[in-house]
Design a protein around this ligand. Structure first.
Ligand code: CAA
Length: 265
């Protein structure tokens, strides 16, 4: 790690090292995968800011308390990632009260599963706004700082279903596939400036999102997974932390699948 840097934007063209300790922002940080990502990034030495939906303030307080009991001292801030204005406010608050952000994990996501023939416009737009527009909303507000400091690690959480498609998920699969195009395009734009952009594509993870799938359908999905079980959130988080490390600077525009063999490409 480089020596601690000040909060002043670095004009030096030669800087290409992480501020220390790195501030890491994890959207959807209080969720199933998000929580494991927060822990893994903290274990790697980052100061972690988890975002939560503004209407989940009480839940976020409980989450902070539970994490403190585990020995983690996270910061939690409200942000509706589907809203550009909310993302502007998040970036301003983080950078003025916590510090320059070196790591951004776009993890917030929802499902509204329905076959297309039955899908309501609201189900389509909610998923696209939360799972794809969010990457623009949030990243747009952190990217300038990363470029100015010539350092950044951006990790977008996609999905196996963005790669292979899934019955009942035209909305979700479209958004998660869109994140891969976003990842590759942005990776090209910012690579010369010390910023990497990668995607992690989890399979079915043991979280409340997957538990919400009706049991017979969930069981039939697990039967198709060569490893024979759901992923543990930690198995996704360790890959995120790997990509977030300063030493991973030569990996960019990549998609790393962590899906138990459900889809191999
Ligand atoms: N393949 C083929 N046919 C299927 C099917 C499947 N996977 N699932 C259901 N069908 C059939 C149904 O049996 C039904 O047949 P009938 O009309 O003959 O009864 C027909 O297709 C239509 O089904 P529904 O009317 O029930 O359709 P629906 O619009 O109400 O939606 C559904 C059903 C909610 C999509 C349900 O199939 C489902 O929950 N599927 C699981 C979707 C899934 O995998 N979600 C992942 C959530 S977790 C996540 O997204 C995290 C991640 O990144 C992996």
């Amino acid at each position: 790690m480089a020596a601690a840097m000040s909060w002043e934007p670095d004009e030096s063209a030669s800087r290409n090292a992480a501020p220390s300790p790195d501030v890491a922002v994890v959207t959807g940080g209080i969720g199933g995968i998000g929580t494991a990502v927060c822990r893994a990034l903290a274990d790697a030495g980052n100061r972690v800011v988890a975002t939560y939906l503004p209407q989940e303030a009480e839940l976020a307080q409980c989450w902070l308390g539970d994490r403190r009991a585990e020995g983690y001292h996270f910061i939690a801030l409200p942000c509706d990632v589907a809203s550009y204005e909310s993302s502007v406010a998040l970036a301003r608050t983080v950078e003025s009260t916590v510090g320059p952000v070196g790591v951004l994990v776009n993890c917030a996501g929802i499902t509204r599963d329905r076959t297309l023939a039955k899908m309501e416009p609201s189900q389509w737009f909610a998923v696209l706004r939360t799972n794809l527009d969010s990457a623009f909303n949030v990243t747009r507000n952190f990217i300038e700082g990363m470029l100015a400091r010539r350092y950044g690690r951006i990790i977008n959480i996609s999905s196996v279903n963005g790669l292979k498609g899934q019955f009942g998920q035209t909305n979700y699969s479209s958004a998660k596939a869109g994140l891969l195009g976003f990842t590759r395009s942005l990776a090209r734009e910012v690579a010369p400036h010390g910023v990497t952009v990668n995607a992690v594509a989890p399979g079915y993870v043991d979280t409340s999102m997957v538990k919400a799938i009706p049991e017979p359908i969930r069981e039939s999905i697990v039967e198709q997974i060569p490893v024979g079980r759901l992923a543990r959130p930690e198995e996704i988080a360790r890959v995120v932390a790997f990509l977030a490390a300063e030493a991973s600077g030569y990996i960019t525009g990549a998609t790393i699948s962590v899906n138990g063999g459900l889809f191999m490409a």
